[in-house]
Design a protein around this ligand. Sequence first.
Ligand code: SF4
Length: 309
Amino acid sequence: MNHVFGPVYSRRLSKSLGIDLVPFKTCNQDCVYCQLGPTTCKLLERGSFCNVGKIITELKQKLEQVSPDFITLVGSGEPTLCKELGEVISEIKKITSIPVAVLTNGSLLFQSDVRNDLVQADIVCPSLDAGNDYTFQRVNRPIPTIDFDTFLNGLIQFRREYHGQIWLEVLLIKGITDTQEEVVQIAQCAAQINPDRIHLNTVTRPPSDISITGLTLSELEEFASLFTPTAEVIAEYPTVSEVITSAKDIQQEDILNVIQRHPCSLKELSFALSVSEEMLKPVLKDLIHQDKVEVFNIRGRELFRYKNK
Ligand code: SF4
């Protein structure tokens, strides 16, 4: 398994080099909106999943080729489930000054070992998709030992101990968290966490539960002012003027490495790999023909997704 992938354009973190710490779809939640599909390995406890030396070797090689804005621990599941998380962050810090971000569902922050690992990161981006236990169970579908109070108190405790940036992501879903009452509850919980920034998002990629849909941009903008600080609605697309047209050979593996973690439109893939859309098209066609990639339509957007067999 390659741990380092990208860089990919991240709506929150610009040009971000990803490090995947857990095997595909290893998580302690099974969110209805998950773009990776249903959780196939639902874990109760942290485990050992990676060789830190191998990750650092891969990272060093990659950093000789690219200059990302962030190194982001993210990927095929929940990174805090990886026992080596703290060691990985401290080893990254020894070889580069590029800021380290961690995208997490936040559900293990009630554990002191997880909080201790994360204090070394420059930015931690936890999720908060509900303001009560009923909605938390409905949207995030956590393992049975985690209820909403445990989850929220973990986030509040982490804020007390952590002096880096907390960027909270709130993802709203049509028909579940699209009412004033639900969003006010989420905003009240967010205020208790006291994050540095709040990012408001919705379903824009193929979700695990295909009956789930997102809110419109104007609905998100309306809800943004209910949060303190006012939430930033996350833009959907990068500024594609940064795309570089390159004549380099396109490796099928590079494409698979990106879309395995993150279903992408042609435009996003073009940005992530710095290759023109026209050059990508025949390679994608070939991957579809090989049954390694499938095309998925969501709200009029065509996305390419890894075909997990
Ligand atoms: S969205 Fe994140 S937390 Fe939710 S199931 Fe997917 S990987 Fe797990």
